[in-house]
Design a protein around this ligand. Structure first.
Ligand code: PLP
Length: 467
């Protein structure tokens, strides 16, 4: 990106304005007293440019698994512009043309599901499920079955109820007290199965045993008190964890046995991120009652999130029209913005027309095997995990003891990669201050040549930081 002098001066002013007034998300601000924030000024395809004109290959899709179709999509911008000139907004008690058309298209990709509730963020989409579950408990179970189970290492959002369902302690400490009736179940991470006392098991046997731990919690709490189980199909911020074979069929069995609704949080995995299928849960033959999604729905071109339910759930809210409380008494003001579903429709068209589900699966395999290749050379890579273009590499100082490297070292790898022009992330979040898992989640349009750039840059960064 070329910058003339007036652009440079404007951007200098922007940096000062940012430093004076912006409270950035998820960032320690003390270092910004002596350095500048990174301001992303422009993006095209897989690449972004900062205020200094420095180019980066973005291997994290906008930092947090969001820009699935890449930057600078004129057709999305144009569709949103045209729609806004027709009608920008009306509260969603009334309908809208793009709202109805996107819901129809989305449901056509989700056999067994039938209704779409529009909101603005992943946290909010999950909150809606929690409220629905609580209302069902009151309507159908005499105020019982209000408990919602969530899993260690999973994350469902930043609002207080969503944090109450948060399995990542780094995000939770100092924000309590939390909402009642959210109960944690153990994680299902094979790499750290010793924490569960299950190191004698592997593969599907381990998967079943990890799911059995959920049943133990249900029995301890009392099955008649548990309304729903909320899970990420592949855990994102908790360390990029794909549950092992054997896990999901057992989860489904347990939910059916105890009449527990299954809520799958697809905020990260949804809309193609895991490859081949539109949703993560579709790899595992799961039949959810609720599916929530946000980030990739419109690839960040507009704010939109969806809570999708089965018709069975929807029916529970309209069985007695004489009861004035017998509906979901909830609204999300900006769930009526037409920009969201318009951008989402075009986003989906692009993914279909450009075969991005297939590209994601193919490039994801390539990136994963290249990371596994790097693990042979760098003993600091203890584990490579994930599905599609949703991958993680856990860094450990001792492979046998699986001791995490310090967060500072993991951050040094990220900083070194950025200095060389490639953006990746680091996560884990389950133990405060111990983030040690590198995140690689490029847009679904990535090419083999770009994967080679990511891998050679990572190779050099690991050599620099750890030798
Ligand atoms: N659920 C999952 C799995 C997430 O990873 C996130 C955010 O990273 C959320 C929910 C919350 O989404 P939002 O930040 O849009 O509220």
């Amino acid at each position: 990106m070329m910058q003339d002098m007036s652009t440079r001066n404007d951007l200098n002013h922007v940096v000062e304005a940012d430093k004076a007034h912006i409270w950035h998300h998820l960032l320690q601000h003390k270092p910004l007293e002596t350095s500048d924030p990174r301001i992303i000024v422009e993006g095209k395809g897989m690449r972004v440019w900062d205020q200094n004109g420095k180019e980066f290959l973005d291997a994290v899709s906008g930092g947090v698994w969001t820009v699935n179709v890449g930057y600078g999509r004129e057709s999305i911008a144009k569709a949103v512009y045209d729609q806004m000139m027709k009608i920008c907004y009306f509260a969603n008690s009334a309908g809208s043309v793009p709202g109805a058309l996107y819901a129809e298209k989305l449901i056509s990709k989700m056999p067994g599901m039938s209704r779409v509730y529009y909101t603005n963020s992943g946290s909010e989409a999950n909150e809606k499920v929690f409220k629905m579950v609580r209302q069902i408990a009151h309507k159908k179970y005499g105020g019982k079955k209000t408990k919602i189970l969530y899993r260690d290492r999973d994350y469902h959002g930043s609002t207080l109820a969503a944090l109450s369902a948060g399995g990542q302690d780094e995000r939770n400490v100092q924000y309590g007290p939390f909402a009642p009736d959210f109960v944690r179940v153990p994680h299902c991470m094979e790499y750290r199965k010793h924490e569960l006392g299950l190191d004698h098991l592997s593969g599907a046997e381990f998967g079943r045993a990890a799911a059995d731990l959920i049943e133990e919690v249900i029995l301890r709490e009392g099955p008649d008190t548990v309304g729903a189980l909320c899970l990420e199909p592949v855990t994102a911020g908790g360390g990029v964890i794909e549950p092992p074979a054997g896990y999901w069929p057992r989860v489904q069995e347990i939910c059916a046995k105890y009449d527990i609704l299954l809520h799958i949080d697809e905020v990260v995995c949804g809309i193609g991120r895991t490859g081949t299928h539109w949703f993560g849960y579709q790899h595992y033959d799961i039949k959810p009652d609720f599916v929530t999604m946000a980030k990739g729905v419109a690839s960040g071109y507009a704010a939109i999130a969806c809570t999708v339910t089965s018709e069975r759930v929807f029916e529970m809210f309209k069985d007695n029209a004489d009861d004035p409380l017998n509906y979901f008494r909830d609204i999300s003001t900006f769930g009526g913005c037409t920009a969201g579903p318009t951008a989402a429709l075009e986003n989906m068209r692009i993914i279909e027309d450009e075969n991005l589900l297939e590209n994601c699966a193919e490039m994801g395999e390539k990136l994963k095997s290249a990371l596994q290749g790097l693990a042979e050379k760098h003993p600091v890579i203890g584990d490579v995990r994930g599905k599609g273009l949703f991958l993680g590499a856990e860094l450990v100082s001792d492979r046998t003891a699986k001791t995490p490297v310090s967060e500072k070292q993991a951050q040094q790898v990220v900083a070194e990669m950025a200095a060389q022009g490639v953006l990746i992330g680091v996560t884990n979040r389950s133990v405060p201050g111990k983030n040690n898992t590198l995140c690689l989640s490029p847009a679904l349009i990535i090419t083999e040549e770009e994967i080679d750039i990511i891998i050679s840059t990572l190779d050099a960064a690991l050599t620099k930081v750890f030798s």
